[in-house]
Write a protein that binds this ligand. Structure first.
Ligand SMILES: [Zn+2]
Length: 236
């Protein structure tokens, strides 16, 4: 029985290590995925700002063309003025020029507003590009570090699984099952010391008779409260 307890304690120590390493590995893998999605998110923002900028520039170009067209019209109308014979026709052309100038003023205002929008979006885009560049550098460092740590986890797990299996195989089959089940259901603590008449797994008092039998009986006893496998240090 002492041998079995010794085996179980060693097995449990390795299993606890493995559990920690595996939890660490999961956390690293989660971080790995979230780092990628954060850069993706900012890259998408940069791209959307760039297409918004393209759209604004197109709109500005259209306004600019309209303005140039209108200026040509004014120029042409003004060129006609000296050749006009009647007062009525003269007034009509002046009115036409006046209307075109008002339209021009409106186009110039809209171009100016568009320039303001373009400048604002350009600033946003530059900020996001900067953020993306910084994040990408940071992320690539962190990803490298994560890859290194995952590699370490992998080799650690490999060695420990081997040690663990060779211990596990030395236990009688029914005990393997009891241990395995308890380890999974009792938070990685299947084998515990009974100290001062108490189970150190659940901190409940053990019946005095049971506690006493731990020193004498050859079978491994379970805590009646949490079912964990008990040992007493006096035997070790
Ligand atoms: Zn207990």
């Amino acid at each position: 029985m002492q041998d079995k307890i010794k085996l179980l304690k060693e097995l449990q120590a390795i299993d606890q290590d493995l559990k920690n390493v595996r939890q660490g590995r999961e956390a690293l893998e989660k971080e790995q995925a979230s780092l990628g999605s954060e850069t993706d998110r900012i890259r998408a923002m940069v791209e959307s700002l760039m297409s918004e900028l393209d759209k604004l520039r197109d709109e500005r170009r259209t306004l600019q063309l309209a303005l140039e067209q209108e200026e040509q019209n004014i120029h042409r109308s003004e060129g006609h003025l000296p050749a006009i014979k009647t007062q009525k026709e003269y007034v009509a052309v002046l009115k036409e020029i006046d209307t075109a100038k008002k339209l021009n003023k409106d186009l110039q205002d809209r171009i100016q507003a568009k320039d303001g929008e373009i400048a604002a979006v350009t600033r946003d885009r530059e900020e996001k590009e900067q953020e993306l560049a910084e994040l990408t550098a940071k992320v690539s460092d962190r990803l490298e570090e994560i890859a290194r740590q995952l590699g370490e986890c992998e080799s650690q797990v490999g060695t420990q699984v081997h040690d663990r299996d060779s211990l596990f195989d030395q236990l009688p089959v029914p005990l393997r099952k009891r241990y395995q089940l308890l380890f999974e259901r009792r938070g990685g603590l299947a084998v515990v010391e009974a100290r001062n008449g108490t189970c150190s797994g659940c901190n409940m008092h053990l019946p005095p008779q049971l506690f006493n039998t731990l020193f004498t009986i050859q079978e491994i006893q379970s805590c009646p409260h949490c079912n964990r496998l008990l040992y007493v240090t006096a035997l070790m």
